[in-house]
Design a protein around this ligand. Structure first.
Ligand SMILES: [Zn+2]
Length: 442
């Protein structure tokens, strides 16, 4: 048994959100008990003890929309004129980068980003992968990196028609092979979804192939929906309807499906998203930086749509994403009070619910029976901290760099900011060599 105690325990459980001088007891990868440090230590005298030294003990954070493959774009010079709109961003950056990735690049990109996740306290990710030049085996290389680092990961390969029929076939097959593998595996750290790029790069015929296969495999989808106005315009032009309606008619929406962005959705589409119980993922930093607009997330949440929080590859630090989600709503609505409750709800409640459904037991809460994904955060509150103001302390006092210890499924992967099982410098050195070669092919 492992005890993590002697800290201010934030459970994210509504019933008992804060325990001063709290402790979690971990056994077989799960949280066995939550309570006062003295009590748990008395009852489990032989347990290994991680001393939080008065810091915060929290559930590990969850990122519900990520692109690990974007890692090598950091610092990369573009070959063309700077993009002037969303489609040009895809054509001049991402669709050029993903095409020249090798399987080794895919693995190293994932290793770097997953190490970064651990260092920022992100213990679960939902990744959306693309590497058209190296499709076959790509999800298995990412899974290898996930196992090596220990980060709980739900993976998928984005199927698209934009690279030609052969790549489409390979992509569908990669999803199938990985999903089959997940079904047979006992690995509680790995799950899969059926990946689709976006409405504007998918024909009805390709989507129909994917829905048939996903139904056989009992899998949901992970797709970008109405990220930019261009996606909506193309859909209306080609199919005479808006994106959410088209994908609903094609059988893509549902309670297992992750719909990233949903920036350009109208009232009727919000009803469809709610009715189909689709999980919408807000990516505030990405949307702002790509200048695609602000998703109507407050409206969606008030009307009962489940809205989680992702980063779209912009960062691995969910505390940063939380801050931006909070600010964006104030900026967008002109109301300084907007988003106070919704931004923390996206990160701490909705992401936890999405991950719990996907991984089959509670994730993102420190309650008995949940997966033991726990972080220790170096934060000494300068003002009173109590159960009613936790979100405000986290929003203004904590960043990813504050995370000192990360535990995933009961395994201590970082202690006092040192990774225990990985030579971080060696991974970064290999990544610099590979990324330099990739930049030449870009
Ligand atoms: Zn994305």
């Amino acid at each position: 048994m492992l005890l993590v105690g002697n800290g201010c325990l934030i459970t994210q459980d509504d019933g008992s959100p804060l325990i001063e001088d709290g402790c979690v007891a971990i056994e077989d990868g799960l949280i066995a008990e939550v309570g006062a440090t003295a009590d748990l230590q008395r009852r489990h005298p032989a347990a290994q003890f991680v001393n939080a030294r008065g810091r915060l003990i929290m559930p590990g954070l969850i990122n519900t929309h990520m692109h690990l493959y974007s890692t090598f774009a950091r610092g990369m010079a573009l070959k063309d004129e700077a993009p002037g709109n969303f489609l040009q961003i895809l054509e001049r950056v991402w669709w050029r980068l993903d095409k020249v990735l090798t399987l080794e690049d895919v693995y190293l990109s994932a290793m770097v980003a997953l190490i970064d996740c651990i260092k920022n306290g992100t213990t679960t990710i939902f990744d959306h992968h693309s590497s058209p030049g190296a499709v076959t085996g790509s999800l298995f290389r990412i899974a290898e990196a996930a196992r090596r680092t220990g980060v709980r990961s739900c993976l998928c390969y984005e199927v698209t028609d934009r690279e030609g029929a052969e790549i489409t076939d390979q992509s569908i097959e990669e999803n199938r092979a990985f999903l089959e593998n997940c079904k047979q595996s006992e690995d509680s750290l790995l799950r899969g979804l059926f990946g689709l790029h976006a409405s504007f790069t998918l024909s009805d015929k390709t989507v129909a192939r994917c829905t048939r296969l996903a139904a056989e495999l009992d899998a949901g989808f992970h797709i970008h929906i109405a990220e930019a106005e261009a996606d909506v315009a193309q859909c209306q032009r080609e199919y005479g309807k808006r994106v959410v309606q088209r994908l609903h008619d094609l059988g893509i929406l549902g309670s297992k499906t992750i719909a990233a962005h949903c920036v350009h959705v109208n009232d009727a589409e919000i009803d469809v998203l709610r009715g189909s119980k689709t999980n919408v993922i807000h990516n505030p930093e990405s949307n702002m930086a790509n200048a695609v607009g602000c998703a109507p997330v407050l409206e969606m949440m008030h009307r009962g749509v489940r809205v989680g929080l992702g980063t779209d590859g912009y960062t691995t630090d969910m505390f940063e994403s939380l801050k931006v989600a909070n600010m964006l709503q104030k900026h967008q609505t002109g109301q300084p009070g907007a988003g106070w409750t919704e931004a923390p709800a996206m990160l701490f409640s909705e992401n936890a619910a999405i991950a719990s459904d996907c991984f089959g037991r509670p994730v993102g809460k420190l309650i008995p029976g949940a997966y033991a994904d726990v972080i220790v955060v170096d934060y000494d509150p300068p003002t009173p901290l109590h159960s009613a103001n936790i979100a405000s302390h986290i929003l203004f006092g904590v960043s990813g760099r504050s995370v000192v210890t990360t535990i995933i499924g009961g395994r201590i992967v970082m202690e006092d900011r040192k990774l225990l099982e990985i030579d971080e410098q060696e991974v970064m050195a290999k990544a610099r060599v590979s990324s330099e070669k990739l930049w030449k092919r870009f």
